[in-house]
Design a protein around this ligand. Structure first.
Ligand code: G16
Length: 542
């Protein structure tokens, strides 16, 4: 039986950088989830009888919301839903399912690297038929609808068994429960030289992969240990938990500190890696070297031809604006297109669909390719393994040689989390007001060359996205970028991205904070970070 339920709108359902992310108690308000999902369906055309993929990263509230999504999909006329067993699908695996099975779209439940649990974070995201996050045109429509919604539709169906693989019916709709790992693992086998990686493990190569008690655990166990023959124990913290074991499933130098310390200590494994809550981010640490996501993108692009799936010339490389320009130098050498997009994986979708880019990446620990339309944590790890297996050199040697050839883009991001929203806005507004007067100003030894707000003109569909980050560019090519995060759930997070290009190999491999000290001081002098936020130091430095 289909019920139409009267409701009143919420005014805070604006999707951010990657879907709607809020604290769990916000989602637990009566009708909150239903309103948002109905607003998604109301913003789409032509889905009757079609298939919807549904899955999430297994965090607290995952099962309940999956049940609601299935019942609402049935009531709204979808012909079928494909759901990961136990309600689990990593974000890249969900993207693959949407593409492989020709789904109309998908609903992905995740708050990514944010913590999980009854008082932590949850999220809902809609992905379109290409497997990628909905573009702004759709997320804007969802938000507009969420402010006007008066009713939603939901089917009263009996209990759903999400733990048994197979197809059942929910009213007129088929519910197919699939193994979350099988299709993804099969896709990885088509892209990488599993033989070569297997031989490397057989030869004694040691790796530590921290799944951070998040969704990648079962994927890593199956692919690294079962299929590639890495010793048992290579995948750690591989049992997904609703609260990620009480940790932030954020693969960075703060939350994956143990792995970092191990990789820097004597007797470290050859290679260390980690992934986040929903499996789309990656952390790469070679023995004795942390590889920044921006450098990782550049190294992967320069060496991708060593993997079977990327033997043909890359079509182009894309990166988000705050990501360092390291990959630009690779694109220039390969004589292929280089695209600079706003932050948010959704902006890569058009470039990938149009065949203009093959590999994309972001400073926020995301790398991926045209194999799906999400960033893909394990994919990045496997491409690294493939490169290591073919080149038979250490990650440190590979990165050091890369710098020697292309120069090093020193890079760091300073995050000021949970800043009062008014204060963060005031900082950005003040900065905007100084665009005209900043050029020519000297700060220490640095001279400002230009200051502006990044706007993106999508070369495929002509859409324009404004206000995508404030840039201060210095003479000589260094820069500082200021941006407010679109994924936080408390107050505002100010992100300060700092970058300096160093061509001289004698100056490579220094501590980035020391190498960037002058720019870090300039960032505060220009934006008044301390003055506005009252903070002496960033919350997180990556
Ligand atoms: C999301 C987006 C990424 C973005 C990141 C950080 O990642 O998919 O494209 O770079 O957020 O965004 P912000 O700087 O606005 O917080 P994830 O892994 O959180 O889904």
């Amino acid at each position: 039986m289909i019920r139409t339920v009267q409701t009143t709108p919420f005014d805070d359902q604006k999707p951010g950088t990657s879907g709607l992310r809020k604290k769990v108690p916000v989602f637990q308000q009566p009708n909150y989830v239903e309103n948002f999902i109905q607003s998604v369906f109301d913003s789409l055309d032509g889905y009757r009888g079609k298939t919807l993929a549904i899955g999430g990263d297994g965090r607290f509230l995952n099962r309940e919301v999956i049940g609601i999504a299935i019942r609402m999909a049935a009531a709204n006329g979808f012909g079928k839903v494909i759901v990961g067993k136990g309600g689990i699908l990593s974000t890249p695996a969900a993207s693959n399912i949407i593409r492989k099975y020709g789904c109309f779209g998908g609903i992905i439940l995740s708050a990514s690297h944010n913590p999980g649990g009854p008082h932590e974070d949850f999220g809902i995201k809609y992905n379109i038929g290409n497997g990628g996050p909905a573009p702004e045109k759709i997320t804007d429509a969802i938000f507009a609808r969420s402010k006007a919604i008066r009713e939603y539709r939901i089917a009263d169906i009996g209990p759903l068994d999400l733990d048994r693989i197979g197809t059942t019916r929910a009213g007129d709709m088929a519910v197919e429960v699939i193994d979350p790992v099988t299709d993804y693992a099969a896709l990885m086998e088509t892209l990488f030289d599993f033989e070569a990686i297997r031989a490397m493990f057989k030869g004694g190569f040691r790796m530590a992969f921290d799944a951070m008690h998040a969704v990648t655990g079962p994927y890593a166990k199956e692919i690294l240990e079962n299929r590639l023959g890495a010793p048992a124990g290579t995948a750690r913290n591989f049992v997904p938990r609703e609260d990620f074991g009480g940790h932030h499933p954020d693969p960075n130098l703060v939350h994956a500190r143990e792995l970092y310390d191990e990789m820097m200590a004597p007797g470290a494994p050859d290679f260390g890696a980690a992934s986040d809550g929903d499996g789309d981010r990656n952390l790469i640490i070679g023995r004795g070297i942390f590889v920044t996501p921006s450098d990782s993108l550049a190294v992967l692009a320069a060496n991708a031809h060593l993997a079977p799936g990327y033997r043909a010339e890359l079509k182009g490389i894309a990166r988000s604006m705050p990501t360092s320009a390291a990959a630009d130098r690779v694109a220039a050498k390969l004589k292929i297109g280089m695209y600079e997009t706003p932050t948010g994986w959704k902006f890569f979708g058009n470039l990938l669909d149009a065949g203009m880019a093959t590999i994309c990446g972001e400073e926020s620990a995301g790398t991926g390719s045209d194999h799906v339309r999400e960033k893909d944590g394990l994919w990045a790890v496997l491409l690294w393994l493939n490169i290591l297996a073919v080149r038979k050199e250490s990650a440190k040697d590979i990165v050091t040689k890369h710098w020697a050839e292309f120069g090093q883009n020193y890079y760091s991001r300073h995050d000021y989390e949970a800043v009062e929203t008014d204060k963060a806005n005031a900082l950005i507004d003040e900065l905007r007001g100084r665009f005209a007067t900043l050029p020519g100003q000297k700060i220490g030894a640095l001279t400002v060359a230009a200051a502006d707000e990044f706007a993106y003109h999508d070369p495929v569909d002509g859409s324009v996205s404004k206000n995508q980050g404030t840039r201060v560019l210095f003479e000589g090519g260094s820069r500082v970028v200021f941006r407010l995060s679109g994924t936080g759930t408390s107050g505002a997070t100010l992100r300060v991205y700092i970058e300096k290009y160093e061509p001289d190999p004698a100056q490579h491999g220094r501590d980035p904070q020391a190498a960037l000290a002058e720019l870090i001081a300039a960032a505060d002098a220009i934006a008044g970070i301390r003055r506005h936020t009252g903070r002496d130091a960033p919350t997180v430095i990556t």
